[in-house]
Write a protein that binds this ligand. Structure first.
Ligand code: MG
Length: 298
């Protein structure tokens, strides 16, 4: 059990005084003090991490002491705590690639994220996503991976599940980014499968990050995941624009009826090989679309 508090400088000093006879040295230069009798690490940034049940008692004590009982306040403090998060876009869309982004927000970049009031990307329009993404990419650190439909289809036909592809993409984005930032932040993945499945799929990979926290609806709990989601969506939208422009078809998002109709039109006019460059042809939509094409009479 891990709990995190985000406290002010003044509160941090108060905590340091409280634990003064109970602290040990920590080699991590970002840590201000570590408590000996319980697993509590206080970071210079104001983040205090409590691990285990012994530390939980202290966690609740400080919440009461600092008047953080309000759940919203706690939620917000956690949301705006520096971390690394990853999310994907395009998994449920027939057209366009699968995009995974890992994003790290340090304390400095967090000011910008707060200022922009970045919230859940699912609640944002495409126009807003583009605007916010163009702004935040200059402040946060990120690593983005794009799996083209060609590659997706090849792997899929070889029997690789989309969950396995995602495990590989998330892990690669995270390890790439950790290498780049040279820090050890908390890592959050917007959960798309059970952790044990995730790690099973990564068995045999050379570089596997083992400390990830899997959280459902993570984009509403950690701003790093929200930003990862926004950047991934931005890249996806750009890629959809390019594919639409190059193919001459205005490709729809999602996997609904309008998508089936578009697939049918493309197969009829350009053939299945052409479709491979635009869509994830192993989706059920392909068969549904084929049924829409009238049989050619011989
Ligand atoms: Mg997600």
């Amino acid at each position: 059990m891990t709990n995190v508090l985000k406290v002010t400088e003044e509160q941090l000093t108060q905590m340091e005084k409280f634990y003064i006879d109970d602290v040990k040295l920590n080699k991590n230069e970002h840590i201000l003090f570590s408590v000996t009798s319980a697993s509590i690490n206080a970071y210079k940034s104001g983040k205090v991490v409590f691990q285990g049940s012994k530390a939980f008692e202290d966690y609740t004590m400080w919440i009461k002491m600092f008047g953080l009982e309000d759940e919203m306040a706690i939620h917000e403090a956690i949301y705006y705590t520096s971390s690394l998060g990853s999310d994907e876009v395009g998994k449920g869309d027939y057209f366009g690639p699968l995009v995974v982004c890992a994003c790290y927000i340090d304390d400095y970049a967090m000011n910008k994220v707060r200022e922009l009031k970045i919230k859940d990307s699912k609640a944002l329009s495409d126009e807003r996503i583009i605007k916010i993404a163009q702004e935040i990419i200059h402040h946060v650190k990120y690593s983005v991976l794009t799996l083209s439909t060609d590659k997706y289809n090849n792997l899929s036909k070889k029997g690789m599940s989309v969950v396995r592809m995602m495990a590989w993409l998330h892990n690669t984005a995270i390890t790439n980014l950790l290498k780049k930032i040279k820090k050890e932040p908390d890592v959050f993945i917007d959960q798309f499968c059970e952790p044990k499945v995730y790690y099973r799929y990564l068995k045999g990979q050379e570089n596997v990050y083992q400390e990830a926290n899997f959280t459902t609806k993570a984009e509403s709990k950690h701003s790093s995941v929200a930003c990862a989601s926004i950047i991934a969506r931005y890249k996806y939208l750009k890629e959809m624009d390019r594919l639409s422009h190059e193919s001459g078809y205005t490709l729809p998002k999602g996997a609904g009826k309008n998508v089936d109709e578009m697939i049918a039109r493309i197969i009829k006019e350009r053939g299945i090989t052409f479709l491979n460059k635009l869509g994830k042809t192993t989706f059920k939509n392909t068969e549904k679309a084929k049924a829409l094409i009238p049989k050619i009479k011989v």
